[in-house]
Design a protein around this ligand. Sequence first.
Ligand code: AMP
Length: 117
Amino acid sequence: MAVETIFSKIIRKEIPADIVYQDELVTAFRDINPQAPTHILIIPNKLIPTANDVTEADETTLGRLFTVAARIAKEEGIAEDGYRLMMNCNRHGGQEVYHIHMHLLGGRPLGPMLLRQ
Ligand code: AMP
């Protein structure tokens, strides 16, 4: 049984968030702890905890994450220079909130994809 996170409350507007886009399938809002000049989270309104829980029934919704990301990137003025779309899964992926979300990061050169250790 999936457990709701703070993101469900943001979708229902029960707690404040800087929502930049919302439709019947997805919601996008600014990350509270931005890692780049533009850092927006795009999430399905339906609770899907992790990438491991995705099914074929979610394909339309998850496809919407990409079309909304492209739209927001244009609105933010970062489409031409480029940006990064990222999803973390479980502990090794560094996932903190168990409501699947796409990070849209941009506004500066983002460097290598992974920190070297
Ligand atoms: P992840 O590590 O991929 O699970 O990312 C979770 C992200 O959610 C982090 O970048 C947090 O800064 C962000 N976050 C957590 N709570 C909130 C919130 N209330 N509003 C906006 N972003 C949040």
